[in-house]
Write a protein that binds this ligand. Structure first.
Ligand SMILES: Cc1ncc(COP(=O)(O)O)c(C=O)c1O
Length: 411
């Protein structure tokens, strides 16, 4: 599609180039697990092409759905275009996508050291440190990347805005510090509507597509936007390890992309209104939201086209207050995940970041809010009634929960 088109238009029309030729208007869902082979020779050649990460040859066959599926490929094409990338590769979850990235960049190159820039989503942090994938990880903060690099470093993993405290990381700065080592940016919170990591030098932009891309809380998926060369390495891992995205999920995600820009704009406007209210509330000690600190390093201005719709807040009453608020909301759902049309609230230290070692885990008095498409006034009223229900503050509970969580995770 033409590079001159506005991103809103790209979101609606991308990944649909073959529909007219097929004689259809809506996205077709191909559920075939296997595909007819023209003859043994071309079948074998097709298999070989895709098992090594390529695309199905024009005169060949898609052979088997673990190698290729056209419904998934259309979603990948659309996401690649929105991310200003040559290609994208979709997976059965964000964690499957991260696993494939790690395997493709470390196991296959023999460079088994990874630099993990904290804070990271708890599952990613844990995957990198667990040893499950045979990598050794040095964790650091953004300023420590250069000194964390080693001759055997094969990958740098960073997330911005970071989960859950919305810190912004300068992608170009991390890329410069990483030198020739590829940087993967978890772009889940920003989405391609607000941020395109490849434009700032990153090698890969990874999404938990479960979140904003799907947007309706009904698909678990992951996707990586990257160069065609990197996509080949990722497809090879996917073909062998089988972390496939089901075509029904790909259909829902592709449909979700069409409304992504509109959803992002409205959700972040709602979030802005909630933040404005939160900063005046005596029950809240600190609000975390991109730009709220005045963007001193200009990262928001330089790298993003908006703030996004995620908020974190530090409750003045500590863990006890956080726990009470999470249990007292009624319009917000007390649940993990984020990025859907309905608002969610959750406690990162106890849930999404539970596997993170205690010294790097979010504080026990912090709650994370994912703001949806409800009326902002209704969301504020719900938080107001939850704050009103707060009882006596007991900061000793925060100490108790930290002690309880430490060492509670082992693999
Ligand atoms: C920022 C971020 N990255 C990755 C993941 C993992 O994605 P998934 O749950 O789709 O495997 C999550 C999940 O919450 C996330 O929040």
């Amino acid at each position: 599609m033409s590079a001159a088109l506005h991103p809103d238009t790209v979101a609606v029309h991308s990944g649909r180039a073959d529909l007219t030729e097929l004689g259809v208007h809506a996205l077709p869902i191909d559920l075939s697990t296997t595909n007819p082979l023209p003859d043994i020779e071309r079948g074998g050649e097709s298999y070989e092409a895709m098992a090594t990460g390529g695309r199905p040859p024009a005169d060949g066959s898609m052979v088997y759905a673990r190698l290729w599926n056209p419904t998934v490929a259309r979603f990948e094409d659309a996401l690649a275009e929105m991310e200003h990338a040559e290609a994208a590769v979709a997976f059965s979850s964000g964690m499957a996508a991260m696993t494939a990235v790690i395997l493709a960049q470390t196991a296959s190159t023999g460079l088994r050291h990874v630099v993990g820039v904290r804070p990271l989503y708890g599952g990613t942090d844990h995957l990198l440190g667990s040893g499950l994938l045979g990598v050794e990880t040095t964790y650091c903060h953004p300023s420590g990347v250069r000194s964390a690099m080693r001759p055997d470093t094969g990958l740098v993993v960073v997330e911005t805005p970071a989960n859950p405290t919305l810190e912004l990381v300068d992608i170009a700065e991390i890329v410069a510090a990483a030198g020739s080592v590829p940087v993967v940016v978890d772009n889940t919170f920003a989405t391609p509507v607000l941020q395109n990591p490849l434009d700032h030098g990153a090698a890969m932009s990874l999404h938990s597509a479960t979140k904003y891309l799907g947007g309706h809380g009904d698909v678990i998926a992951g996707v990586v936007a990257c160069s065609e060369e990197t996509a080949e390495a990722l497809r090879r891992v996917r073909a062998v390890t089988g972390g496939l995205l089901h075509p029904l999920g790909a259909y829902l995600l592709h449909r979700g992309l069409t409304t992504l820009p509109v959803r992002m704009r409205q959700q972040q406007e709602n979030a802005r209104q909630v933040v404005q209210w939160l900063i005046d509330q005596p029950e809240v000690d600190e609000v975390f939201f991109p730009g709220l600190d005045g963007d001193p390093r200009g990262i928001l201005e330089r790298q993003m086209r908006g703030t996004g719709a995620m908020i974190a807040m530090r409750m003045g009453g500590g863990y006890a207050a956080a726990s009470a608020v999470a249990s007292s909301v009624s319009l917000f759902t007390h649940a993990v995940s984020l990025g859907g049309v309905d608002s969610l609230i959750q406690h990162p230290a106890a849930l999404t970041h539970r596997p993170v070692p205690a010294d790097a885990r979010p504080d026990a008095d912090v709650l994370r809010l994912s703001i949806g498409l409800e009326n902002a006034g209704d969301l504020i009223s719900d938080l107001a009634q939850a704050f009103a229900s707060l009882g006596a503050r007991n900061s000793s509970s925060a100490v108790a929960v930290d002690a309880e969580l430490a060492g509670s995770w082992s693999i």
